[in-house]
Design a protein around this ligand. Structure first.
Ligand code: ZN
Ligand code: MN
Length: 469
C-alpha cells in the first residue's frame, strides 16, 4: 500500500457485546464481582467441556456489520487462536480468522471523512490478570475467569486514520453507532483498542500499541507514540516493527515484543463448533429490527425540521435525546424545541451529572413547559427553573405555574406601572441614561424585573422604559 500522509494509523477495536450470558456458556456477563464466581467448566476451559454459541451475541455482531454496511459472510466459522498465557486456560482463544463475520464497510466521521473497515469478527474475551500492587511491582499474578468467555466483536479499520485526534473521533462515532444499536452499554461494557501507528519519516515502519482502554486514553497513547517515533528518527534511531504497551500513569508506551505475525498463532478451525449458515432470511429479519442511526436522524432533523446542521448533530448524538426531540418537535416549534433541549436540558443534566436515560423525564410535562415558553406565558428565567425541577421530579407544570403565580406579566399596563415606579425612585439613573450612559438603562430594567419577580420579559421592559424616559 502506498501512503502519503505524515502519520498512518489503523485501529483494531474490541467491543464487549451487552448480552446477558457469555459467548459459549450460560454464565452471566454481569453481576457478582467476587473473582471466579461467574464460571463453569466451559469458560474455565476444563477438558471435555463443549462450547455452545450464544445466538444473541451473533445477532448483535451482525447489527454492527449491517450498520457499517459491511459484506456479511455466508457462514459463521470459528477458529482456535493458539497461544500460551495464563489468561487462556484452553491454550487457545476461540476467534475467527480465515473467514470473518463480515468484510469491508465504513464508519463516517463528523467531518464526512469515511474510515474504511477491513473486517469485523467475533471472539471470546480471555480472563483478567490481576497484578496486586501494580504490574511492575507485583511478584505474582492472580487470574479472574469472570471475564473469560465474554462475547466480543472486533472491528479492524484500514490504515485510513491520520492523527490521534481523528482516532478519537472515530471511536466517538463508533460508540455512537453501538449505542443506537443497543449492543453495547458504555457503563457496563469495556471497549479496548490496539493501534497500529507509523510515520512517513521512518518509511512507515509500524508499532502496535496493545490494549488501550477508553477513547481519551487511545488519543493520548497515539499522540505519545507519534512523538516517540519522530524523536527516535530525529535522533538517528531505527524504528523497528514491534508490539508496545501503554502505561497510562507514566503517559508513555514501552516495548513488549518484536515482530510477531498473525500466522504464528497457528489458527485451526474449531471442530467443537459447527458451521452456521448466515441465511438471507436471518439477516433480513435483523435488518428489520435495525434502528435509525444517528447520522440518519441528524439528516432528518435538517430536512424535516429545518434545524441547523450543528444543532441536528448535537441532538442526534445520544439516542434518548434524539427520540425526545422527535416527540417534542411534533408539538412545539422545532427550532425552539431544539434550542431548549440542546442548551437548557443539556445544561441541567450536565449540572446534575445525569444522562437523559437516568432521569426518566416526563415528556408530556416538558411539552407543556415549552408550550408556555412558546406562547410567552412564562419568561425564560421561569422556564429555566421549571426545567431544573422537571429533571428532578414529576409534577404538573401548568398547575404549579398557576399555584405559584408564575405566569409572565403580559399586561403591559402593569409593567408600565413598575417602570414608572422605577423611574421615580431612581432619578440619578434616569439622568445618567439621558446623558448617554446605556448601562443605566440596564440598572432600571433590573429594578423593574425585581418588582415583577422575574415575570416580565426583558425586551418589553426595555422598550417601555425607553418610551417613558
Ligand atoms: Zn461459563
Ligand atoms: Mn482480537
Amino acid at each position: 500500500m502506498k501512503f502519503t500522509s505524515e502519520v498512518v494509523i489503523g485501529l483494531e477495536i474490541h467491543v464487549q457485546l451487552d448480552t446477558d450470558s457469555k459467548m459459549f456458556c450460560g454464565c452471566p456477563t454481569q453481576g457478582k464481582d467476587k473473582p471466579n464466581s461467574r464460571t463453569c467448566p466451559v469458560c474455565l476451559g476444563h477438558p471435555g467441556s463443549k462450547p455452545v454459541l450464544n445466538k444473541k451475541a451473533v445477532e448483535f455482531a451482525l447489527k454492527v456489520a449491517l450498520a457499517a454496511k459491511s459484506v456479511i459472510a455466508k457462514e459463521l466459522i470459528f477458529s482456535r487462536k493458539s497461544y500460551f498465557y495464563p489468561d487462556m486456560s484452553k491454550n487457545y482463544q476461540i476467534s475467527q480468522y480465515e473467514i470473518p463475520l463480515a468484510e469491508g464497510g465504513r464508519i463516517v466521521l463528523g467531518s464526512g471523512k469515511e474510515i474504511k473497515l477491513t473486517r469485523i469478527h467475533m471472539e471470546e474475551d480471555p480472563a483478567a490478570l490481576v497484578h496486586p500492587g501494580g504490574m511492575q511491582k507485583s511478584s505474582y499474578v492472580l487470574v479472574d475467569y469472570n471475564r473469560s468467555g465474554n462475547p466480543l466483536v472486533e472491528i479492524v479499520t484500514e490504515p485510513d486514520i491520520e492523527s490521534a485526534n481523528e482516532a478519537r473521533e472515530f471511536m466517538k462515532q463508533l460508540i455512537k453507532v453501538l449505542n443506537y444499536l443497543k449492543v453495547f452499554d458504555v457503563d457496563k461494557c469495556v471497549i479496548k483498542a490496539d493501534a497500529n501507528v507509523s510515520i512517513k519519516k521512518s518509511g512507515y515502519v509500524r508499532a502496535e500499541i496493545k490494549n488501550v482502554t477508553g477513547f481519551k486514553e487511545i488519543e493520548r497513547a497515539i499522540e505519545y507514540e507519534i512523538l516517540r517515533q519522530k524523536r527516535d528518527v530525529d535522533n538517528g534511531k531505527k524504528i523497528v516493527q514491534e508490539t508496545r504497551a501503554w502505561d497510562s500513569d507514566k503517559g508513555m508506551t514501552f516495548s513488549l515484543r518484536q515482530k510477531e505475525v498473525e500466522e504464528e498463532y497457528g489458527y485451526i478451525i474449531d471442530p467443537d463448533l459447527v458451521k452456521i449458515e448466515l441465511t438471507k432470511e436471518w439477516i433480513s429479519s435483523i435488518e428489520k429490527e435495525m434502528p435509525e442511526l444517528a447520522h440518519e436522524k441528524a439528516g432528518k432533523f435538517v430536512e424535516k425540521h429545518r434545524l441547523k446542521k450543528e444543532d441536528a448533530d448535537i441532538l442526534s448524538a445520544e439516542k434518548e435525546m434524539a427520540e425526545l426531540f422527535e416527540i417534542v418537535a411534533e408539538e412545539i416549534n422545532p427550532e425552539l424545541a431544539a434550542k431548549w433541549l440542546r442548551r437548557e436540558l443539556a445544561r441541567v443534566l450536565n449540572y446534575n451529572k445525569k444522562t437523559l436515560k437516568e432521569v426518566k423525564l416526563d415528556e408530556k410535562q416538558l411539552i407543556k413547559l415549552l408550550r408556555l415558553v412558546e406562547s410567552k406565558k412564562i419568561t425564560d428565567t421561569t422556564a429555566q427553573k421549571l426545567m431544573e425541577m422537571l429533571v428532578e421530579k414529576r409534577f404538573d407544570v401548568e398547575k404549579y405555574v398557576k399555584e405559584e403565580k408564575l405566569l409572565a406579566v403580559s399586561d403591559s399596563s402593569v409593567i408600565e406601572k413598575f417602570c414608572k415606579e422605577a423611574i421615580a425612585e431612581n432619578p440619578k439613573a434616569v439622568e445618567d441614561y439621558k446623558s448617554g450612559n446605556e448601562k443605566a438603562l440596564n440598572f432600571l430594567a433590573g429594578q423593574v424585573m425585581r418588582k415583577s419577580k422575574g415575570q416580565a420579559t426583558p425586551k418589553e421592559v426595555n422598550d417601555i422604559l425607553k418610551k417613558l424616559i
